[in-house]
Design a binder for this molecule. Sequence first.
Ligand code: RNT
Ligand code: ZN
Length: 419
Amino acid sequence: MHTNYKEAFALAKQQYESIGVNVEAALDKLKDIKISIHCWQGDDIEGFLFNQELSGGISVTGNYPGKARNGAELRSDLEEALKHIPGNHKINLHSIYAETEETIDLDEIEPKHFRNWVEWAKQHSLGLDFNPTCFSHEKAADGLTLAHPQQEIRDFWIEHCKRARQIGAYFGQELGQASITNIWVPDGYKDTPVDRLTPRKRLMNSLDEIFSEDIDEAYNVDTLESKLFGIGSESYVVGSHEFYMGYGLTRNKQILLDAGHYHPTEVVSNKLSALSLFTKGLSLHVSRPVRWDSDHVVTLDDELNEIAKELIYNDLIDTTTVGLDFFDASINRVAAWVIGTRNMQKALLKALLDPVTQLKEAELTGDFTQRLALQEEMKTYLFGAIWDEFCLRNDVEPGLNWYGAIKDYEQNVLAERGI
Ligand code: RNT
Ligand code: ZN
């Protein structure tokens, strides 16, 4: 059936404008919002350096055929996904996505091992973000890295993280936009610890050592990601929320909030405003925890909408890095990127189309009945037609029209991989 997008858009625009919403401004704004798309959805976080099982208390389930096995395949898959994602974005890499001829360990990574990624990013006008990979490695086998009791093991991971920051700076210099280099370590204990303090001291000292080299924030910005628990670190995680909040605020480093890293009824949307008063920028891993930190593909659910509202209503979007962090191997991995990223953008657009002045006015005057009525009414406004228009203006198929292309790609490219 042929959809008359232009007509639908005109009607929707009229509807929003009748309550004072500037639709054109919303469309313009969304165009400038970069999402940091995580490369690791494409290959179940395997990377190219080692043949190690995924560790660190995170887990990918599913065996959908056709995962990427090398840089060329992963970039090709990302290109396919990007064809169906409107706007201009960043790709988030992990250290294990280094490409080398020789065998190197994580304390030997250098900018040159990421040259292919940088050349590709330039060709496609993409930014790059980065992460040290402090898991899936023999030196992280006991679940401890930067907080390890053995100096030698800590030193290995310290060196790895130092190099990761330099690679971030290299991305920043080459691509003309700062790279976000995010440190997440799995360190923790399965069972009740005796000493909760000393590992945290060790983590603090390791981080101080990593950050002892000054790097221009025009090129590289450091972020730190906390966690409540992981598989195998149920009782204690060294890098907890309080730990990194204290660390970040005293060291002038950004805090990264992952939507799956808190108690099940605790939400990151309610943390952004508070933190924003004390930091000069925030970072997010938008993910979808289902009963635990399961990293499901992001859907347009209530919490995603709340996150977007917080960023838009409070003008935090320009100082926040919106990164994605999900990994689902039970569905087409390329489609997972498209669905998750488009959902993030949809939530942002939805928030941009809210009558914020009226909503705030109702709240300020204590008219909570009007606030609720308006909030609920906005849920059924003709949002879909505005989203379709955004896609069309940014040379991407509206609606579900991208799906056929992904199915073709699956048949012609993914199926050929024979895995
Ligand atoms: C793990 C963290 C971390 C990882 C990625 C792969 O719980 O969320 O961000 O998912 O670094
Ligand atoms: Zn994360």
